[in-house]
Design a protein around this ligand. Structure first.
Ligand SMILES: [Zn+2]
Length: 391
């Protein structure tokens, strides 16, 4: 084994000269962040770039990201009405055909969407499909969680059952107060009456909570996850008013989720831009919400790293503006000059939203074999042809 390889055969690197928290610092990584360099580690020059730990997406429905953004009214007073509008059409086209596609391919597109946006840890809101936890799934998906859809689409008995079945230390997620009407305003009290407001509870959306309920919730629940572009699309307001302010004021945990493309304007980077929240702050609070290490690049944590041009905001250039994405010490996609520094890694040329990139060959193979196409991502045509010939 070469000197620079760790026991898991992941090479070790020194990521040199990039800004971390505004100061240039070397970061030593293998599959995890290292406290000190390993002899013979490969140096990767990142001067002129800034580093962030892999982003954390607090809310997505990973199997729904191949749907187009969909609504049937200009504005809804409550997302329950939108849900009813969609449910009655599930057996019509295009929904029937999109739902019939293989689940693993549907989930893969959700994982790929997140990976390309640097969101390397994702909370999935729906059943924990087996394919999400395969080693080759593009991102880490939270394993220990409970969930219920909402007070409208889930029976009270089922809500109580799933809440009680969730271990105390794990988060339990529910869409709540996703509207601006009286129904939305009443939902926190209804959830409390069911005995489901507590240290496990993570409220998703919370747009229509009263100020008094939001202030109380901020002291009682585990956190609030907001999805601004979905809320703007369906409800005409981004959901960052009373509820998010109350959580911020109480020093409680506020997190950001992308939701799926069925309602969202793209990915987690779009949510960061829409929320106008400092990505480093929301990263730390989302990490706390999920019980993860909340100090960036703490030694021993997974080497999930994204690089972007210093002097720009992390989310400013969208996903094509991210210069490098490393998951568990393995570079997945990046600008050609940066990927070329990982000399032992075989990469394939690609275009992401018109920008030249290189993609790790294993990821490129998965992308080429997926029955669904990721919009805006084009792999090198010769590579795709050769893969088809080989099959
Ligand atoms: Zn949702």
């Amino acid at each position: 084994m070469a000197a620079f390889l760790t026991r898991q055969n992941i090479p070790s690197y020194t990521l040199r000269g990039a800004l971390i928290d505004g100061r240039p610092r070397d970061l030593h990584v293998a599959d995890r962040v290292l406290a000190a360099p390993i002899a013979g580690a490969l140096a990767v020059d990142l001067e002129g770039y800034a580093l962030s730990p892999g982003l954390i997406n607090a809310h997505d429905h990973l199997e729904l990201n191949h749907f187009a953004r969909t609504k049937f009214r200009e504005r809804y007073a409550n997302a329950h009405d939108w849900g009813e509008d969609v449910s009655t059409r599930l057996d019509d086209e295009p929904f029937a055909a999109l739902r019939a596609l293989p689940l693993a391919d549907r989930c893969f597109i959700g994982g790929l969407k997140n990976l390309l946006s640097g969101a390397l840890t994702v909370v999935h809101h729906n059943p924990p499909h087996k394919c999400l936890f395969r080693r080759d799934f593009p991102v880490r998906v939270l394993r220990r969680y409970g969930w219920a859809h909402s007070l409208h689409f889930t029976s009270e008995a089922e809500i109580v059952r799933s809440y009680r079945a969730t271990p105390r230390a794990a988060p339990w997620f529910i869409h709540l107060a996703e509207g601006t009407d009286e129904t939305a305003a009443s939902e926190y009290a209804r959830l409390k009456a069911l005995g489901c407001v507590g240290e496990r509870t993570v409220i998703i959306h919370g747009v229509g909570m009263s100020e008094a309920d939001a202030a109380e919730a901020a002291t009682r629940v585990r956190g609030l996850a907001v999805c601004p572009t979905t809320n703007t699309y369906l409800l005409g307001t981004h959901g960052l008013q009373a509820s998010a302010r109350a959580f911020a004021a109480a020093g409680s945990t506020l997190a950001l989720g992308s939701d799926s493309r069925l309602t969202a304007d793209g990915d987690l980077l779009a949510e960061i831009r829409a929320a106008g929240i400092d990505p480093a702050r929301v990263w730390a609070s989302t990490a706390r919400l999920l019980g993860m290490e909340a100090t960036p690049f703490a030694s021993g944590t997974p080497a999930d790293v994204i690089a972007y041009h210093a002097g720009t905001g992390l989310a400013d250039g969208g996903r094509a503006g991210l210069a490098l994405i490393v998951r568990g010490g393995v570079p997945q996609i990046g600008d050609p000059a940066l990927m070329a520094q990982f000399k032992h890694v075989q990469t394939i040329p690609a275009l992401l939203d018109g920008q030249p990139k290189r993609i790790h060959i294993r990821l490129a193979q998965q992308i080429a074999r997926c029955a669904l196409h990721e919009p805006g991502l084009e792999l090198d045509a010769d590579f795709v042809r050769s893969l088809k010939r080989a099959n």
